[in-house]
Design a protein around this ligand. Sequence first.
Ligand code: AMP
Length: 188
Amino acid sequence: MNIILFGGPGAGKGTQALKIAQEYKIPHISTGDMLRGAAQETSPLAQKIKDTMQRGELVSDELLREIVAERLNKSDCTHGVILDGYPRTLGQAKDLEEILNKLGKKIDTVLYIAVPEEELVRRLSLRGRADDTLDTIKNRLKVYMSTTRPVLDYYQEKGLLQTVEGVGDIEAIFKKVKETLAGKKLRS
Ligand code: AMP
């Protein structure tokens, strides 16, 4: 199954993605993790990525397309993947479709972890990652609302969206995630 995990910054995508990857034995592809890795290098591009992330803005669709296409081409992706943090723009959603088309694959489901905005702010302020300063948090939420949220409507219209309430205990949320994915499997 090719799954997209969707949600605001701080919705718990990373946590649930790791658990899904373990349970279904598919690779967890986090563009945030990949970009954090790329930002560690010493090159002008690495510095640019680092600055963009530090501001809470989005790295370019072109760069993401290259990174994701290369990753999805690897042999461990044959039986499905869990995408965490991609796509985040409508352009990326279209790029992903092209990438998957070329590989003869498709998105099976888009799982939306729904968390209210006040709760996202609360969680991000507690997390303490390098890009979790107050200004960056505010900007990431702004970018999410203006640029990433529309991707949700796009998948809703395509009939791919499934929603899980993301507030509460991690294991309880994971149980709902599994039930939702099991339902999807039965139908498809
Ligand atoms: P995340 O770990 O998913 O919260 O991502 C951390 C940061 O990496 C984001 O705030 C963006 O600056 C960058 N990033 C991750 N995924 C993407 C993406 N799909 N498109 C653009 N920028 C991204």
